[in-house]
Design a protein around this ligand. Structure first.
Ligand code: NAD
Length: 499
């Protein structure tokens, strides 16, 4: 039995008429699990038309009507969290507990959006001139589009649409074609929550669907999360078409370990942040920078922990790390092992041919891998590998280490492990990276702050969720208003007696 995933347009499933489809795999077995429709231009038009038609009604829905729907959606997603987690795990490969974690992080954005009446308050200045008041109001932009990556099929869309919808916009989500089912399930839950038809739509597909959205005159705002080359292209194309755009790109996150760090804490952090979700996280730690003389001792503790990591299918509760998303991606990630060694790195832990729990064969497996003595000129350092490969760079000093991190073209996340508050404070002050952890390896901001990196990790000037999300999905209107005095002959006159 294989499944077939269709679009969700105007509050119901919408069978694709285009002959183009993509394959959906089950990464743990390597089995072809189903197909997903790829939108043609006509289907892009249908989704945007549904969103456009729903906009006037949703824009004018009272704040309490909107928040009622959001609260119900929050309850429904919470109630279906395990089901969503299993769906995500089956198509992505990550372990179910990790998938449940991503649903929980997405829910935090829904909870933030439930407070939208407070967040949409504008400013008011009385008597800016005689009997003149000035005020600002935040209005929705119209139809917003979200284009999202495979690695968080629920959380990343939920960084975007709860805020967009709460602000009164309508939304077209183009999720990753590799794991498209969670987005359709979320659309069904929106419908059950009472969201009017057409406010939230899901359009599946590849570049053709994305290009359709980027060139569509009725799409007013584009949020993108994915790899850097595509993020740059989305930013340029959407901006050239007059849309506001936020485009979050790839990452190469460094974890700096100073000699005075708690090495057990640092080793635990490096292993969980390096190999959780098989390293397919934009905030994964992919480079450990060990400042002399801590390298050998830290490596010993990392190796010991990596040896205990259990690799297995996502639905086995004993598994701590699942397979990679596709065979092609697994092969590309694995190519960095020989490549790294050829360029002079040491293969400290070789993840090829891992012991997989249950002996599951056929899946897209690669066990945790550690490359030691990596240097900045190597491809394993320069490229975003996006898999379970942790590189360790040895550094002679704190200064050199910080310079290395700041010089990297990516600037998504970074962390420092130290017992020295002054060193940590200097790091958070000077490092050229957008999200910083101090003795915390994955410093993902809470929903009421905003998420986003610097440099090649984000194109545009607006991060996602939090107040930056509210500003991205609204336009400010400034009103200056004069009302004459009630006694003025041209002002308010009381109604004649008896009328
Ligand atoms: P991707 O860039 O291949 O795809 C992202 C989205 O763009 C998908 O919906 C895909 O269908 C679409 N797309 C792919 N090629 C396209 C093209 N040529 N033109 C238009 N659209 C296209 O990314 P991915 O492999 O799905 O996800 C992994 C990447 O996402 C990694 O680089 C990771 O760092 C990044 N990511 C970044 C963040 C962040 O917050 N900065 C978060 C999650 C993932």
């Amino acid at each position: 039995m294989t499944k077939h995933v269709t679009h969700w347009i105007g509050g119901k499933p919408f069978d694709g008429e285009s002959a183009r489809r993509g394959d959906i795999y089950e990464p743990a077995s390597g089995r072809l699990a189903g197909t997903v429709d790829f939108a043609s231009r006509a289907e892009v038009d249908a989704a945007v038309a549904a969103a456009k038609a729903a906009f006037p009604g949703w824009r004018d829905a009272s704040l309490s009507q909107r928040t009622k729907v959001l609260f119900r959606f929050r309850e429904l997603v919470g109630a279906h969290r395990d089901e969503l987690a299993r769906l995500i795990s089956s198509e992505h490969g990550k372990v179910v507990s990790d998938a449940a974690g991503e649903v929980a992080r997405g829910l935090e954005v829904v909870e933030f959006a439930c407070g939208i009446p407070h967040l949409l308050k504008g400013g008011f200045s009385e008597n800016v001139s005689t009997r003149v008041d000035a005020y600002s109001i935040l209005q929705p932009v119209g139809v917003a589009a979200g284009i999202t990556p495979f690695n968080f099929p629920a959380m990343v869309p939920m960084w975007m649409f709860p805020v967009a919808v709460a602000c009164g916009n309508t939304f077209v989500l183009k999720p990753s074609e590799k794991d498209p089912s969670a987005s359709v399930r979320l659309a069904e839950l929106w419908a059950e929550a009472g969201l009017p038809d057409g406010v939230f739509n899901v359009l599946h597909g590849d570049k053709a669907a994305v290009d359709g959205l980027l060139h569509h005159p009725d799409v007013k705002a584009v949020s993108f999360v994915g790899s850097t080359p595509i993020a740059r292209r989305i930013y340029e194309t959407a901006a050239a078409n007059g849309k506001r755009v936020q485009a979050l790109g790839g990452a190469k996150n460094h974890m700096l370990v100073l000699p005075d760090a708690d090495l057990d804490l640092a080793a635990d952090a490096a292993v969980s942040a390096g190999f959780g979700s098989a390293g397919e996280r934009c905030m994964a730690i992919s480079v450990v920078v060990a400042v002399d003389p801590v390298g050998d001792e830290l490596m010993a503790r990392i190796r010991e922990r990596v040896g205990r990591l259990r690799v297995g299918p996502g639905d086995d509760p004993a598994s701590e790390m699942g397979p990679l998303v596709t065979e092609a991606h697994r092969d590309k990630v694995a190519s960095y092992l020989d490549g790294g060694v050829a360029q002079g790195a040491t293969l400290a832990v070789d993840g090829r041919d891992p012991d997989v729990l249950g002996g599951a064969g056929g899946g897209f497996w690669l066990g945790p891998t550690v490359l030691d003595h990596v240097t900045p000129d190597m491809d394993a350092y320069k490229d975003e590998i996006f898999g379970p490969v942790l590189s360790v760079v040895r550094s002679g000093s704190y200064e050199d280490a910080m310079e290395l991190i700041s010089a990297n073209p990516y600037g998504n996340g970074t962390a420092i492990f130290t017992g020295d508050g002054g060193a940590a404070r200097r790091f958070q002050n000077e490092v050229e990276v957008g999200m910083v952890g101090v003795n915390v390896p994955i410093p993902v901001p809470m929903a009421y702050y905003s998420f986003g990196g610097w440099k090649d990790s984000l194109f545009g000037d607006s991060h996602v969720h939090g107040m930056e999300g509210v500003h991205f999905y609204t336009r400010t209107k400034a009103v200056t208003s004069r009302w004459l005095a009630a006694s003025h002959p041209h002002g308010y006159a009381p109604p004649p007696p008896g009328s």
